[in-house]
Each structure stands twice: as C-alpha cells, then as structure tokens.
Design a protein. Structure first.
Length: 263
C-alpha cells in the first residue's frame, strides 16, 4: 500500500493525516463497504436488461451518466434507510429467523435489480423473472457466507458452517446451470469462478478461507459486470481506495484488501 510507505504508522506524517481524516467521520458513515455489493446489484440489473436487446454487448460506456447518477442516489437512500430502520450488518443477521434487517436486504435487492433492468431494457420484461432468480441465487450464496460466525482465527460452529456452505454451493451450481440455460455469461461465469472458494471453505477451518470466500465472489461478480458496463470500474476503484485509505489512517487497518489473515 503506497500510503503506508508514505506515512508509516507512528510517523509524524501518519499522525498529521490521522488528525485531518477525523473530520471525515460523518461523511464516511454514508460510504460503507457494503456499497460494493449494493452497487453491483444495480449495475447487474442494467447489464441483464440491456442484454435483452443486445446479447453480445461488451465494454460499453453509453450509459455511464445514468449509471453514475443511479449510484449516487442509491448511496444516499441506502444509508438513510439503513440508519432509519437500524439495519444490522449482514454478518450479524440470523437469516433462519424473520428479521427487519433480513427483509431490508431482500427488498433492496429486488428493487435495485429491477430498477437497473428497467432503465436499460426499454421495458422488455419477458425474461426478468429468470434473470432475477439466477442473480438472487448468487447473492443468497454470498449472504450465507457472510453470516458464518467466527472468533479470532477459527470458525465457531463447524456443523452449522458446513450446512451454510453446502447451501451456498448448491446456490452457485444453480446459478451456473440456470445462467447457461438463459444464455447469460455474466452470472454463469462468475458462479463458476467463485465456486472453488466455497469448496475450499467447506473443508477448511481457518478464518483465511472464510475471508477469501467473503471477498472474492463479490470482486469476481463486480468484474464480470464491469466487462459489460466498463464505466463501473471507475466508481469501484474510487470506493476501494477511499475506504482503504480511511481505514488505514483512522484505524490502522488496511481494509478492504485482497490479503488474508496469516495467524
């Protein structure tokens, strides 16, 4: 990390930057890491909707303005509603119980995917349910992974973990098969590439396997969405470096990161 080299923890530069970054605490409350997934759902709806009229479109920039505007509005509304309804983080939700937080995320997914589809599909809704179901399966798998409980470097309940991982694996297999049947290379390929992380986690006990299974499927999915909506790469990179720099200067933690826990 370049910032860590420029301002190592404990140096005068670090202390000076830390004092300056504290003034952004209120602003950063509106920019949670969950936006990676939230934004990706919306843009995935755009790609799926646009694919109804052009199956082979790739690396497109034509809808960047409406896309950026949508991300900005989504960020404001999502953060406001999350605070208003006191929504828990996904990792703290028990999804086998009916909770306000669980319902919030489910409804958010439906609305964002539908909005993304509608604004780019010219209201062609013939295949919406099929695409919606396949993308829902992918994010359901991610939710099951994030709800696994752990302490320090070990996963707490291995039996419960295995059940959750098994459900997530079957969800990705469903996405692969269904994605192929509806001729959607984004969801089918993203599921194929993400599946090994879940399989490794099924047999692994260390927290590093869980960390990989949490981060990489979201990253992989976002990159396949970017392959069609090229402009989306820019806000993703901006979000990544803003969160990474803020967490380093504020909490001495490099997050988000591609690295995993070693000890």
């Amino acid at each position: 990390m370049l910032l860590a080299r420029y301002a190592p923890v404990g140096s005068q530069r670090y202390e000076k930057l830390t004092q300056s970054i504290k003034s952004f605490d209120k602003i950063m409350e509106w920019i949670p890491a969950q936006l990676f997934g939230i934004w990706s759902i919306f843009v995935a709806g755009m790609t799926a909707g646009k694919a109804q009229t052009d199956r082979f479109y790739f690396w497109d920039w034509s809808d960047w303005l409406i896309g950026i505007g949508g991300l900005f509005v989504i960020t404001l509304i999502y953060s406001s509603l999350k605070k208003k309804f006191n929504v828990k983080e996904i990792s703290k939700i028990e999804f086998h119980k009916k909770t306000v937080s669980g319902l919030f995320y489910f409804i958010t997914y439906i609305i964002l995917f539908a909005i993304g589809w509608i604004i780019t599909s010219d209201l062609v809704m013939n295949n919406f349910i099929y695409f919606y179901s396949s993308y829902l399966g992918y994010f359901a798998a991610i939710v099951f992974i994030h709800s696994i409980k752990y302490e320090e470097t070990q996963i707490i309940d291995q039996k419960y973990k295995n059940i959750q991982i098994s459900i997530a694996i079957f969800a990705l297999i469903f996405c692969i098969m269904f994605g192929i049947s509806i001729d959607d290379p984004v969801i089918s390929t993203a599921s194929i590439v993400s599946l090994p992380f879940l399989i490794v986690l099924l047999f692994g006990k260390h927290i590093r396997h869980l960390e990989r299974a949490k981060f990489y499927p979201i990253f992989i999915f976002s990159m396949f969405v970017v392959s069609r909506e090229a402009w989306f790469l820019i806000p993703l990179l901006i979000l990544f470096f803003i969160l990474r720099s803020y967490n380093y200067l504020r909490y001495q933690k490099v997050y988000p990161t591609f690295g995993v826990t070693d000890d």
